[in-house]
Design a binder for this molecule. Structure first.
Ligand SMILES: [Zn+2]
Length: 240
């Protein structure tokens, strides 16, 4: 499985996932269809499906145009508000693209119909991947716009409890620097936050994406996955 990371709009990510045996491709969150088709053409793959994480404009604005340009394209997601939707997915549903398996994980919080997609491949040593949209991001999570903070926390806990730590995290936005600056305020003594922040600053200087991270890494610096840790330490002071 090959994943093309495609930065679009101000700070969004669109992804093209390629099944390398069959050359079938699946896109996640199509914002700029012509750009996606250009890359699919260059890779020599056949784009059959769009997986949409949630209905917001910056994750779906290209669906209708892409469906027009590619008749027969399947546009999938969990929310009826997603434009050009051809198949509504349910939590726990599994899809298959050649050797690639997809498990659909409903992760409400940012929106009530937010779906994250967990992908793995048969007989492949590569780690699995999670396309987490605006649920989990590198060092942060999306705003809980349609559900409560508790609901968002439950979604993040569900991800952590069910997926292996080596899972690569491909999120919907490049918000890593801001997220880590917030993480440093929450946990000023956390060396992992400090190290990731200086790494992210370097990536930002060079204009290189900070995705993917892994779930195991997120556990070290993402304050929204470390609620119990920093609550326990609240009031303690850094020694260095
Ligand atoms: Zn959103």
């Amino acid at each position: 499985m090959k994943v093309k990371v495609i930065p679009v709009l101000e700070d969004n990510y669109m992804y093209l996932i390629i099944e390398e045996h069959t050359r079938e491709a699946v896109a996640v969150d199509v914002a700029v269809p012509k750009r996606l088709l250009e890359i699919a053409g260059r890779e020599g793959v056949s784009l059959t499906t769009v997986l949409t994480t949630h209905h917001h404009w910056d994750h779906t604005r290209g669906n209708a145009e892409l469906a027009h340009l590619r008749p027969g394209l399947a546009v999938m997601g969990a929310d009826e508000r997603i434009c050009a939707l051809t198949r509504r997915l349910a939590h726990g549903e599994e899809l298959r693209f050649g050797a690639i398996h997809v498990r659909c994980l409903l992760t409400p919080g940012h929106t009530s119909g937010h779906m994250s997609y967990f992908l793995w491949e048969d007989e492949c040593p590569d780690p699995p991947a999670l396309f987490s949209g605006d649920a989990l991001s590198v060092a942060g999570c999306g705003w809980h716009l349609e559900d409560t903070a508790q609901q968002m926390y439950q979604s993040l806990t569900k991800i952590l409890d069910t997926l292996p730590p080596q899972t690569k995290v491909f999120c919907g936005h490049e918000h890593t620097l801001n997220n880590l600056e917030f993480a440093q305020k929450v946990e000023p003594c956390n060396d992992h936050v400090r190290a990731k922040l200086s790494w992210a600053q370097k990536r930002d200087d060079d204009d290189i994406p900070t995705v993917p991270s892994t779930l195991g890494e997120e556990l070290l610096y993402n304050p929204f996955l470390r609620v119990t840790q920093w609550q326990q330490r609240r009031g303690s002071h850094c020694l260095s």
